[in-house]
Design a protein around this ligand. Sequence first.
Ligand SMILES: [Zn+2]
Length: 147
Amino acid sequence: MNQFLTLLVCLIGMPTAGFLVYRLLECLMRRIDVKEEEKRKLAELNQLGECSHCGRLSRMYQRELARCSLLLSERPEGRSSLPCPHCKQEADYFPVPAALPFHDTHPDCLPLQKSEYAEYYKEKEQWAQLLYLSKPARPLMKEEGEA
Ligand SMILES: [Zn+2]
């Protein structure tokens, strides 16, 4: 009887334990992946660049926000490059070869902190909504409203 129980434990218990450990590891790996993804995105948004027009430094997230506000005020067609948040010109951005300590403290190019990440996306979403609302209503939509 004892041997039978041992066999039973081996047959059922072991695979179950293995499965649980596997799920635990999977869960853990996914969490690490999410963290890595967040880190990568943050680094991308914090990419420092020197404006080809005014030479001032800015970060990617600042240029994206500048683009949102510019799109709302001018509504240009098919713009692809990002404007400089300082001179509002569409520019090329030269990569900054060496990171210097003042880059992280100068108001021109304050890095986006991890805690501000969600805030940044919220702001972008609000811009997108404003931008959409500012579009002139199409005649087709009016007809639908009347019917
Ligand atoms: Zn500039």
